[in-house]
Design a protein around this ligand. Structure first.
Ligand code: F3S
Length: 91
């Protein structure tokens, strides 16, 4: 699976969600999460994220390892998101 990590938090650009062919992104308050059983590792979302928040689980930086579990639990609790919206980050 792929994992959304800390750079998404407080940004939530949502460019990633529109390119996902399996609609596996779920929206939390501060960031989005990938459902590990729905993600097909197509990598379409990876280059779309302006803050490089999305990693394959095997390439997840050490300090963000906890996001693997976080994506799994939060994606179960949150609503699916498939359309772009205003980001939290103001740039
Ligand atoms: Fe977050 Fe990047 Fe998507 S900031 S919402 S992972 S485009």
């Amino acid at each position: 699976t792929h994992v959304v990590a800390e750079p998404c938090s407080g940004c939530k650009y949502t460019d990633c969600v529109v390119v996902c062919p399996v609609e596996c992104f779920y929206e939390g308050e501060q960031m989005v999460y990938i459902h590990p059983e729905e993600c097909i590792d197509c990598e379409a979302c990876v280059p779309e994220c302006p803050v490089e928040a999305i990693f394959h689980e095997d390439n997840l930086p050490e300090e963000w390892k906890s996001y693997l579990e976080l994506n799994a639990t939060k994606s179960e609790e949150c609503e699916v998101i498939t359309e772009k919206k205003e980001p939290l980050a103001d740039d």
